[in-house]
Ligand binder design. Sequence first.
Ligand code: AMP
Length: 280
Amino acid sequence: MKLFHTATELTTWVKAKKKKGLSIGFCPTMGALHQGHLSLIQQSQKENDLSICSIFVNPTQFDNPTDLEKYPNTLDQDITLLESINCDTLYLPTVLDLYPGGTHSSTFDFNGLDQVMEGAFRDNHFNGVGTVVNRLFRISQPNKAYFGEKDFQQLQIIRKLVDLESLPIEIIGVAIHREADGLAMSSRNLRLSKAQRNAAPFIYKSLKKAKEMAQELDFETIKKSIKKDFSNSELKLEYFTICEEHRLIESKQREEGKKYRAFIAAYAGKIRLIDNLQIH
Ligand code: AMP
């Protein structure tokens, strides 16, 4: 696997490959890789001649300094995992590479997509994400870029970002990879105690229940029921909401021809977990 530490080196390499007619797929991550991340890269490998993974823990998307400090760093293991699936290229940028003018985020008009859910609960989060992904896209110049539906709101915001910045990159959403008991794979799962790990699959169970209820019941009834379930559980619910997929506007009732998705953020102790499921 080729390793790049600087933007100039990577851009030069990409330009040379594209000149030869080779296509590039790009999968940005924050490391502590698991099978969910690898599924992004594996899809990229199927659809492109060359695939680049990046690992960078982006400071501007954290509103909680402890979360940033405690973000797991498992670089040696990440490299072994990437090599095990024959990933072509790993980009490990420096802070200076991505933030030459200092670690500040730009402000984007995401047309309200950033105002709900993660945006409502994590101050300036999506401006931070938009800033780093915009810069990574300009450095890696991919034909396609891969993002997990695990962070569905982020995926829709990245689609909006390429539109706003007129970047010729196709954004591909990849299905959520889960543990056998349904818990969505996440780097944060490493921080769960045994008891918290046992409690955490309740999130996916609740999403499946919401999907089942949506066959017959209205969204308000579903919301009340799920919220009540959480109040009797070991997890602390931050939000449960049902949104129309495209605009991410909270929906009270369904409209013909639209797709809906249920979203949950909940705490297991101090660990914040998110998940979502298409319900209609
Ligand atoms: P992260 O390292 O958490 O920033 O994630 C990097 C990318 O991997 C993002 O596009 C995530 O949505 C995606 N991802 C993380 N966990 C999963 C998962 N369990 N299934 C699919 N994609 C995931």
